[in-house]
Design a protein around this ligand. Sequence first.
Ligand SMILES: *Cc1c(COP(=O)(O)O)cnc(C)c1O
Length: 392
Amino acid sequence: MNIKQSPPFWNEDIQICLHGSEDSNAYFGSVNPPVILSSLFTYPTFSKLVEAMQDLSCNPVYSRGTNPTVQFLELKLAALERGELCKCFGSGMGAISACLFSLLQSGDHIVFVNNIYGPVINLLQYMKKNNISFSYITEEYSIEIVKAHIQDNTKMIYFESPATMSFNMIHIKELCDYARSKNIITLCDNTYATPLFQKPILLGCDIVAHSLTKYIGGHSDIIAGAIITTKQLFTKIFYEAYLPLGSVLSPLQASLCIRSLRTLPFRLKRHEESAIKIVTTLKEHSKINNIGHPIFMKQFHELGELYSSTGLFSINIDTNNIIVINQFLDNLQFFQKGVSWGGFESLAISPHNNDFIPNNIHKLPLGIIRLSVGLEDVNMLIDDISKSLDMI
Ligand SMILES: *Cc1c(COP(=O)(O)O)cnc(C)c1O
C-alpha cells in the first residue's frame, strides 16, 4: 500500500473538518462557533414557538432536542459521511442503542457480522426481554455465510469493518446491496475508519454509527457518539429513541469535538504511518504468530473499500499462557494499560479480562493483544515492544 497517496475526497474532507458548516460572520468574526449553553430557546411570539415545535429535530426549542453548537458538529459529520442527516449523542452506546431500540420490534431478528463492540452484546439482554432474537457471525466474511443466517423476520444487519479486535473486514457494498434487495436495514459502526478513511453510505449502507470518543475526539477527554442516516430513518430514531431516552451531547463536549475535527486528518495520517512502521518491523518476529492489521488482511487488497488504515491493530503472541500475556503488557513502558483507543497516547490491552461478555463470544485467541498507536515517536514505541517481547 502506498501510504503517501491520499484517500479519495481527502482535500474536500479537510475543508469540511476545518471550515464546514461554520460562518464566522454570524458570530462576531470568531473563528470558532459559539458554545451555546442554554437548555431552552425562546421565541418572540407563542405562535413562533409552536411553529418551531413542529420539528424538534432541527429547530432549537429545548437542548435535549436541538442545540445550535451541537448542530455545527452534526452538519460537519453528515457532510463527511456524505449522508443526509446526523444526530449526536452523549456516547457511542447512546447512538447505537437508540438505533436498535427505535428500529427493532418484538419478533424481529438482527444479524451481527464480524466481531462487534462488546457492550453492544450486553444491550441484547434488553432485546431478549422484548423478544428480539439475534445471530452473531464471527467467521471470516462471505456473503453466503450471511445469507445462511437471514430469516424471514430479519430486520437489520449490524456490522463493523474492520472489526476493532479481529480486524476482519467485510465487503460492505456486496452486503448492503444484498440487504437492500431483502428490505433489511444495514448499520455500520464506522468508528475504526472514521468518515475520512471509509464512507459506508456511498457503498449503500443505511445508517453509520460512531463513537466520537475515539479518533474523532482524539484527546481522550470526551465521550460522544453520532449516527448519520437518511431523513426517513433519522426521524424515526430521533422521535422514538433520541428524545425519550435522552442520551444528549452537551454543547461543551460538542465544541471540543469541533476542535478535534480540525486536526483529525493530520492525526490519522500520523497514527497510520506509525502503525505501519511498527507492523512492518515486527511481522517477522519469532514470538508473534499473527498480526491483525488491515493491510495484512487479504480482504484489504480485494475489497479496497477502506481507503487507509489507522493506528489500531492487534498482534498475536505465540502463547497459551495468560501470565505471559500479563508480563508482556506490564513490561511495556510507553504503551499504557487502558481501555478505549484513538487518543494521542499509546495503549495496550488483552480482550481476555472481560467478565461482562458471555462465554468469549468473540472467539479471539488467547495471545491477542490490541495496540492503539498514539502520536509518540515511533522508534521509541518499536523499541518498547521489542524489549517487552524479549523479556517474555
Ligand atoms: C468505544 C466504541 C463504541 C462505544 O462508544 P462510547 O462512546 O464508548 O459509548 C462503539 N463502537 C466501537 C467500535 C467502539 O470502539
